[in-house]
Design a protein around this ligand. Sequence first.
Ligand code: HEC
Ligand code: HEC
Ligand code: HEC
Ligand code: HEC
Ligand code: HEC
Ligand code: HEC
Ligand code: HEC
Ligand code: HEC
Ligand code: HEC
Ligand code: HEC
Length: 321
Amino acid sequence: MHRQRPMAQLPSGAVPGNKPALRACLMFLLGAGMVCATAMGAAAPGAKPAGSQAKEAPASDFVGSETCATCHDEVAKGFASNPHTKISEMHGKSGITCEGCHGAGRAHVEGGGDTTKIFNPAKASAKDVDKTCLGCHAGAHPNFERSPHAKANVGCTGCHSVHASTEKEHLLKASQPKLCYQCHTETKASFDMPFHHKVNEGAVSCSDCHDVHGTFGNNNVKSTADQNAICTKCHSETRGPFVYEHAAVKAEGCVGCHTPHGSQNARLLNMPNINTLCNQCHSQVAASTVHGMNSGSQELAPCTSCHTFIHGSNLNQAFLR
Ligand code: HEC
Ligand code: HEC
Ligand code: HEC
Ligand code: HEC
Ligand code: HEC
Ligand code: HEC
Ligand code: HEC
Ligand code: HEC
Ligand code: HEC
Ligand code: HEC
């Protein structure tokens, strides 16, 4: 997992200068030109999303965080340890932190705290909040707007709390899997099954397999060159390549035989009976001469008691060893 470093995208020389607004603009444009442009076009009720304000507002409209702190003492104190205090460094220590998200604040201040002159994400639509956040974070989360979460209006602040997070990491509203179960109750049930990935026990987390910020695959499943790599990064013994590949592993993928969350069946198998699972594709086998059987496969021991290396083998074409 990598961390977002928007500044790395700035060409050297673009940062210095003494026009905070210009630098804010550059940052938004270089960080996410497209998003910035869209944000500017969107008409938000009341104050505009910060992303658009940072672009339009002249430098003199920014007052700096020190000024915000004079009235919002509690919020400012709470912000001292927030990872977002780094925004200030991005702005050449000009003191811009609060206004990176809330937009230029002079009118709000001069109005004695006029609430119509400041962008308040708590009152804005998910889309407008997302645009503001993506103004800086689109580099790390380019697929968010086409993700199932964004489409269902679950925006950044559905899972993150900028000011009130009590989690150690990532400003989350709650830790995984609790955060996810608040909405995905049906998924919780599958992790309560007799056989399950130990998500509730803390050994594996939802985000080992999913990127909730959107992917190119279905179900927010992490995109990898080889879809099985989501699983083989932990189950390396199944990865191969093998001299004798089991075509089913490559063609169907791991989920062709396994249920990823939890199952009533041992080894997270899709079916209670291994032979039934195999015979979906190998129905002729049980009666074949090589197995010395002429009736149904029920008479056979589990196929995998002989075909032990079911994911592939370097020694035997029939995966016997
Ligand atoms: C002169 C005092 C003062 C200063 C300076 C000030 N505010 Fe405010 N702010 C207020 C008051 C008063 C309110 C309305 C009462 C409340 O909700 O706390 C308010 C409300 C807000 C709100 C909520 C708006 C809403 O829709 O309810 C936000 C966000 C905000 N301020 C951000 C900022 C930021 C960012 C700065 C610095 C750029 C800042 N304020 C500087 C006095 C101030
Ligand atoms: C990274 C973006 C970001 C930064 C930086 C930021 N805020 Fe906020 N602020 C938010 C969001 C999002 C909300 C809406 C409530 C929430 O989700 O936590 C908010 C809400 C507020 C509110 C209104 C609370 C309410 O419930 O209506 C005030 C006041 C405020 N912020 C002040 C500040 C001050 C002062 C600073 C600088 C010390 C600051 N913010 C920095 C994102 C930010
Ligand atoms: C002006 C640019 C900017 C805006 C706007 C912005 N962020 Fe950030 N964000 C940053 C920077 C800079 C960091 C610190 C990156 C680092 O630690 O390397 C950060 C860090 C984070 C982190 C990571 C915290 C961690 O511990 O890993 C989260 C989560 C986050 N931001 C969420 C949001 C959300 C939600 C919004 C919108 C409400 C938002 N950000 C708006 C610049 C921004
Ligand atoms: C459905 C919940 C959810 C939503 C919606 C969501 N996040 Fe996250 N976010 C997480 C979780 C969980 C993590 C930690 C695990 C991970 O990185 O996937 C995280 C991590 C992060 C991080 C730090 C690590 C990294 O990969 O950069 C940033 C920054 C971040 N989110 C920003 C955002 C922004 C910006 C939005 C909106 C555009 C957003 N998130 C929407 C749940 C969410
Ligand atoms: C071991 C990897 C893995 C873990 C851990 C995991 N998932 Fe999944 N999840 C998947 C895969 C793979 C799919 C796609 C299912 C398929 O293709 O049959 C999926 C599908 C889903 C779906 C779509 C509906 C469904 O059930 O098919 C949701 C919602 C979901 N996961 C939520 C979660 C949540 C919430 C967590 C954590 C509590 C989680 N997942 C943990 C791998 C995982
Ligand atoms: C605020 C509610 C909410 C939270 C919190 C939330 N989700 Fe979702 N999630 C949704 C909604 C709504 C959808 C889209 C509708 C659907 O497919 O269920 C969705 C979709 C998904 C999907 C895609 C399902 C599909 O069928 O394609 C996955 C996977 C997923 N969420 C995982 C997670 C994980 C993992 C977390 C915790 C880090 C999480 N969600 C937190 C509400 C939420
Ligand atoms: C983050 C690491 C991780 C990822 C990713 C992961 N697993 Fe697992 N898996 C585990 C752990 C840990 C166990 C528990 C092993 C144990 O209990 O001895 C496990 C157990 C299993 C088991 C049951 C093993 C047994 O002996 O009963 C199967 C089958 C399995 N995983 C398949 C998958 C599939 C399929 C995927 C991809 C969708 C996947 N795993 C992704 C870590 C992971
Ligand atoms: C053709 C069906 C099939 C496919 C595809 C498949 N598996 Fe399996 N897997 C099985 C069977 C059957 C078992 C149980 C073997 C036993 O009980 O002896 C098993 C067992 C496992 C186990 C338990 C440990 C072990 O080796 O016995 C893990 C972990 C596992 N599979 C992971 C994966 C991963 C990861 C993938 C994708 C790369 C995958 N499987 C693809 C059928 C399959
Ligand atoms: C999704 C379909 C599918 C499933 C399920 C499946 N296989 Fe296969 N298997 C194949 C295909 C395709 C081949 C390669 C083509 C061939 O030679 O028949 C293959 C090859 C084999 C071979 C090697 C055949 C040879 O030529 O020597 C063995 C042994 C085998 N499978 C056993 C199993 C067992 C045991 C199971 C159950 C754990 C299983 N298969 C489940 C599709 C499947
Ligand atoms: C008692 C051990 C044993 C059991 C149980 C067993 N096999 Fe086999 N299987 C073998 C042997 C031995 C071969 C021949 C390997 C060779 O030719 O080198 C074989 C060959 C195969 C082949 C490749 C040749 C062919 O006939 O197509 C497939 C496919 C196969 N078995 C699938 C299965 C399936 C599916 C099951 C469960 C329904 C199963 N086997 C159960 C021992 C077993």
